[in-house]
Design a protein around this ligand. Structure first.
Ligand SMILES: [Zn+2]
Length: 211
């Protein structure tokens, strides 16, 4: 089950936080809790979910802003691509002073390499593969579920659009390469859940894509 919660980061900026929950066990992953920790915790309690792990598609504040608070409350680990260290530790790189007017750092995050599989402890058949996807940032990660034909793609690609490359670590050429080699090589019917806006598919974005 995927539950999408659109959280308000500022008056002008919203972000998609995803609960990716195994229907059999009600255990699951929380992806990109960008803001509104209290609201997220309330949903977890109301729905009786057991969130085992927090997964981060990249270290921008609008994707990590609620991580520390949720970790404090639930005592669960968080995971991001190994290039995320600079974003985790440096507020200027994660944009927090510019977006939430606060210097935010991640307190406790685990760094994962390209291709590693992140398993649900309660049901190891429920898993996501981290695929490195640089371009929007250097630490971009896609979390891919091959069995269920879906991927959480952060700000790499959107419905009829792609990520900005004008922030620290961004690079247009790298982003285009990532989209072509990491996203468009997934099966056409793969559903893509982006950091902002509505879901799309590989097939739809291939049609729309212009270099
Ligand atoms: Zn971003």
């Amino acid at each position: 089950m995927i539950l999408t919660l659109e959280v308000e980061v500022t008056d002008f900026l919203t972000e998609n936080t995803y609960f990716y929950i195994d229907d059999k066990t009600q255990h699951g992953f929380l992806i990109d809790p960008g803001a509104k920790a209290e609201k997220i915790l309330q949903i977890i309690e109301e729905k009786n979910f057991t969130v085992e792990k927090i997964l981060i598609t990249h270290g921008h504040i609008d994707h990590i802003g609620a991580v520390n608070e949720i970790q404090n409350a639930l005592k669960i680990p968080a995971f991001m691509h190994e290039n995320g260290k600079i974003y985790a530790e440096n507020p200027v790189k994660n944009l927090s002073p510019f977006i939430i007017e606060e210097n935010y750092k991640l307190n406790d995050v685990n760094f994962v390499s390209d291709g590693e599989i992140i398993f649900l402890e309660k049901n190891p058949n429920f898993k996501l593969k981290l695929i490195s996807s640089p371009g929007h940032t250097t630490d971009g990660a896609i979390f891919y579920d091959e069995k269920n034909n879906l991927a959480f793609v952060g700000d790499t690609i959107f419905k009829m659009g792609r990520g900005r490359t004008d922030f620290p670590g961004g690079d247009e050429k790298t982003l285009i390469e990532t989209i072509k080699t990491k996203i468009f090589t997934l099966p056409d019917e793969t559903v893509l859940f982006s950091g902002h806006g509505e879901p799309t598919t590989v097939k739809a974005e291939k049609k729309f894509f212009v270099e």
